[in-house]
Ligand binder design. Sequence first.
Ligand SMILES: Cc1cc2nc3c(=O)[nH]c(=O)nc-3n(C[C@H](O)[C@H](O)[C@H](O)COP(=O)(O)OP(=O)(O)OC[C@H]3O[C@@H](n4cnc5c(N)ncnc54)[C@H](O)[C@@H]3O)c2cc1C
Length: 383
Amino acid sequence: MFDYLIVGAGFAGSVLAERLANEAGKKVLIIDKRNHIGGNAYDFYDDAGILIHKYGPHIFHTNSPEVFSYLSRFTQWRPYEHRVLTTVEGKLLPIPINLDTVNKLYDKNFTSEELEQFLNSIKEDVKQIRTSEDVVVSQVGRDLYEKFFRGYTRKQWGMDPSELDKAVTSRIPTRTNQDDRYFTDTYQAMPLHGYTRMFEKMLTHPNIHIMLNTDYKDLKGVIPYNKLIFTGPVDEYFDYCYGKLPYRSLNFVHKTYDVRQFQPVAVVNYPNDHEYTRITEYKHLTGQTNEKTSVTYEFPCWNGDPYYPVPKPENAELYQKYKNLADETPDVHFVGRLATYRYYNMDQVVAQALATYNKLSQRTLAEQLVTKKNGWKSQLSAS
Ligand SMILES: Cc1cc2nc3c(=O)[nH]c(=O)nc-3n(C[C@H](O)[C@H](O)[C@H](O)COP(=O)(O)OP(=O)(O)OC[C@H]3O[C@@H](n4cnc5c(N)ncnc54)[C@H](O)[C@@H]3O)c2cc1C
């Protein structure tokens, strides 16, 4: 009999499996319908011997010392600060938009102060910021919006930014200095030997049993367990009783080229040309040396694995209905990106899983106290 069945061996499931086995001494069965652990962060060596990410580039960054120190138990790190270039009118320009982006695009020589004035003169006055378009045009005006954001967002989401919630673009900054880092978090690094190796270390414990190629629906009622942690899609768990939660998906096309370097940085965005949104070259992330290089093209689509919850008010309402059902199911814990229908970064999922473990261990402690108290009561009444 397992204490816990954990559905999904991504960050959410693996962190909980590790904590429950290592810290609480619980017997855990963790399953995944895929043929590997690591969820969407899974990486592997391709035919050319290059470490690539099966589900697109995963760049680790966090401001949380707790999350970083927790993961550091299972991996060493390679310092890496992410930089992205965007192709606009035949030029490769840094994104997020910064001083160099604007100067190179318009052949200017602005200082930071001048850029600030320039942006103030071109930004639009939007009374109420509701959509992704509102967010961007109110910061950088129509021309930069059209060149850098509109096409990319339309490809990525299959919708115009004017139809998308403001949350999608509100986390993209505009900088008036030359800082061309994609993220500004305190901790920015890649697992030295890759994500999969890190997951292997997390899950290597005599109390953890792993079953791959195993869908939860095929296991229901077959294997006995006490409690369930579900990190798959919450609507799937409840048999889509209120309908399907929509997701945007991606088709990844992996290629190897017979050159040492394909592009100057790890990720190059294509907002206006081609059907793909971006190309990732992994050697920049990993520092690997090889005569060849491997890259991934990302083609957004509607059919396929669920990757991005679609941020629209009607979807938030639909999720709320499932959340209410989940709240009424106390012996099942819904954790992670799919089970809470939120676009979380890896560090946020780790933090959510660690918080869930803390809640579970407090609950277990409370249950043990009640059992003990009941034992004393019956001893007293017998004597
Ligand atoms: C293209 C892309 C790029 C990303 N880049 C970054 C990045 O650069 N930095 C960052 O911090 N985050 C990034 N993320 C987000 C990151 O992938 C997630 O935060 C993280 O993987 C979520 O972990 P999870 O455990 O919640 O979900 P997942 O990794 O999706 O794991 C859930 C697992 O559950 C399994 N499962 C589902 N249903 C069942 C079932 N019925 N039975 C058995 N198994 C089931 C799935 O197969 C899956 O392996 C990116 C995501 C995508 C899609």
